[in-house]
Design a binder for this molecule. Structure first.
Ligand code: PLP
Length: 368
């Protein structure tokens, strides 16, 4: 019954972890990919009001005009990306934007540069559409090595995908790194897809968007992480008109539009200040890093809400995760996000108490 294309999506790694974790009763869960806070009340009220007012029908495929206008303003003011509302497509989350962008840009055999480790969807979506992922190893510090990226580029290369702050690494690219990537992209006429969904979770210096210095960038962002609206499925893509229009064409025959009430609520979200949550997450980042650093090789995350330590024993990450699960701690092995199986991902989007308990057990396993 099933198309051969579906074989190109390999979900066996994640499935294995979930199978192992099924037996766990009340686990110390350090695997969660969403904030531990709830959607701010103002945003909820707006969504409810929209529904009560009858704003429940299809919207324009591109998104409601006032939201596109507000997103263009946000990008100008906060990211220094100069776009007009016409360059904005409201999507069903960043995931929706990724699917549309890959389909609009890539033919069978086209190559995509993916810094490794990477967000899990990139690999499988690229494979699904029969484009070719070209992984560029960024271990151990997860920065962009321009020479390595340069060597991975060939005549078939069409896209570089960047994710900063990164899932699973917590790395944030510097302006200097991004300027170098821009030069490379310009030289080879590549499109950059910049996944900025963790933009608000930034702990060191100001955030820099590559879309502000390179016109052929599709900037993807959304409301899932900053405003905890993961289930509302709303995000946006901003970029060259030619590409955005093609993405809209595909959206018309797939997602149709992003959820109507969520679009109204997103308009309010862009005026909400989430800095108190970010302050709390910085403390969590400090807590988890301080707890692990004497036991593991680990980079201090500069953003996001994940940390990606290296297993310090003669074990693969998968074996280490198995031991953690036997000790009631749920973490994710690195090979879900990487061609290597040396590190594991901890999400610190949870209570300080759970972080402390989990770190203590992981440290014990590492020395036992
Ligand atoms: N991009 C990255 C790097 C993510 O980690 C996630 C979610 O975990 C997404 C995109 C998906 O975001 P959305 O909920 O907006 O589809």
């Amino acid at each position: 019954m099933i198309s051969r294309r579906m074989d190109k999506i390999d979900s066996s790694g994640i499935r294995k972890v979930f199978n192992l974790s099924k037996e766990m009763k009340n686990p110390i869960d350090l695997s969660i990919g969403q904030p531990d806070f709830d959607v701010p009340d103002r945003i909820k009220e707006e969504a409810i009001k929209a529904m009560r007012d009858g704003f429940n029908k299809y919207t324009k495929t591109e998104g409601i005009p006032e939201l596109r206008k507000r997103i263009a303003k946000k990008l100008k003011e906060e990211n220094n990306i100069q776009v007009s509302p016409d360059n904005i497509l409201v999507t069903s989350g960043v995931s929706g934007g990724l699917l549309l962008a890959f389909n609009a840009l890539l033919d069978k055999g086209d190559e995509v540069i993916i810094p490794d480790p990477y967000f899990v969807m990139y690999k499988h979506l690229v494979n699904f559409i029969e484009a070719v992922p070209r992984y560029v190893d960024t271990y151990p510090d997860f920065g962009l090595d321009i020479d390595r990226i340069n060597r991975a580029i060939n005549k078939k290369t069409k896209v570089i995908i960047l994710n900063s702050p990164g899932n699973p690494t917590g790395n944030v690219y510097s302006k200097e790194e991004l300027e170098q990537i821009r030069d490379l992209a310009k030289e080879h006429d590549l499109v950059i897809i910049s996944d900025e969904v963790y933009e608000k979770f930034i702990y060191e210096k100001a955030y820099f968007s590559i879309g502000s210095i390179y016109e052929k960038t599709i900037t993807l962002n959304g409301f899932s992480k900053a405003y905890a609206m993961t289930g509302w499925r709303i995000g946006y893509a901003a970029g060259p008109l030619e590409i955005i229009q093609e993405m809209a064409k595909l959206q018309q025959y797939s997602f149709v539009c992003a959820p109507s009430f969520a679009q109204k609520a997103a308009l309010i979200a862009l005026d909400c200040d989430v800095s108190e949550h970010i302050k709390r997450y910085k403390e969590k980042r400090d807590l988890v890093y301080a707890g692990l650093k004497d036991h593991f090789h680990v980079q201090k995350p500069k953003g996001g809400f994940y940390i990606f330590p290296e297993v310090n024993k003669n074990l693969s990450a998968t074996e280490f995760v198995k031991k953690a699960i036997e000790n009631n701690v749920l973490i994710i092995p690195g090979n879900i996000f990487s061609e290597k199986d040396t590190n594991f991902r901890i999400s610190f989007a949870t209570s300080n108490d759970i972080i402390e308990k989990g770190v203590e057990i992981l440290n014990e396993i590492s020395t036992s």
